[in-house]
Design a protein around this ligand. Sequence first.
Ligand SMILES: Cc1ncc(COP(=O)(O)O)c(C=O)c1O
Length: 431
Amino acid sequence: MPIASNDRQYSSDDDPRRTGAAGAGSAAAAQATGSAEQAADGAARVAERVQAVPGSGIRRFFDIIASMDHVISLGVGEPDFVTPWPISEAGIRAIEQGHTHYTSNLGLLELREAIARDLERRYGVEWDPREEMLITTGVSEGLDLAARAIINPGDEVIVADPSYAAHAPAVLLAGGVPVPITTRASQGFALNPKEVEAAITPRTRALLIAYPSNPTGAVLERATLEALADVARRHDLLVISDEIYDRLVYGGFEHTPIAALPGMKERTITLGGFSKSHAMTGWRVAWAAAPTDLMAGMLKIHQYAMMSAPTVAQYAALEAVRAGEEYVISMREEYDRRRQLMWRGFNKLGLSCAEPRGAFYAFPSVAQTGYDDETFAEQLLLREQVAVVPGSAFGTAGAGHVRACYATSYDEIEEALERIGRFLHYAPLAK
Ligand SMILES: Cc1ncc(COP(=O)(O)O)c(C=O)c1O
């Protein structure tokens, strides 16, 4: 099946220039990364909880990229494919038919019903499309709604470190305190349930998980997921589960939503979407599923802050659920080919890389090169025009790694590996 690629510029929703680095921080940390003038303004005019979100430590790096030509970007976190044509056509048809008004706050009932049926078929979890499902403006909005709906000031939310750059900020912006739990390459970057349990305090409100993982490509084994669910049940925690990459798992692995486990649906907000699975990042449409009381809280915020998700995008998403499966499968097959090339390629070059089993990222270690991750990324960019993202942009435990996205063409990945190989010849290899 023909799947088209896009010419891309260096920008993405998960571009840390926009979202800020993950991890708890302080106003001082935010100010340290901006200019003195910005900091002064920030102190005077920007709300304290916004100041408390750390700025990106790698702004300088992205400024360099913006000024360069011929960069092979393994930096962005979005599909290089354009939206499959029948899905786009459904959007066009919606415009032609005058579907240019608001929908219900919850989103088109037809779309909620279609998603609920699809989730029941794939995962055996039944959500009531009338009361437990909401169409959101991307999982980005879903994250914000989930955090704001459940967090009281000072509540702690456990997050993996490293994790998607917007997770900890969503907690901070909702008035909560992200509690990062280190994950390690040696354990496939999976959250360790025992370490999660040890971090629980009387203030712990929720656990925020996101598997398959951005930036590590990790997935959770069933036994680990069950152990995490057990911790959540015993300590009466809520769970926010960002499952935007659920369709992108490889090598026979099967994704299980944590809400599918016994006693978990009633304490879990599940977030899913179309951005990655159907190459629809620009449409800004996704869904949230949650028990009715939590959904009522989320809906209250959504109806005042957003009103409804983009209507045309909702019609396109409806087509994606009804007829998008063959595209999901063919894009996944292509990502898998690229995944094998990239992951094996890094290991051949001596950059040790755990097998990424989901999403579209590899997260190799660069520690053995003698560079820290930021210097590695910067030098690689300057000398060989290959862009990767320093792992520390995703939390302190990401240090010593870089994130490379394989949602770019096979040829470009081959070329990038060649350039990285050349670069390693003159890197100050580990002393
Ligand atoms: C883990 C994760 N969650 C959420 C998002 C944002 O998704 P959306 O485009 O649906 O807002 C991203 C985008 O990179 C992501 O990696």
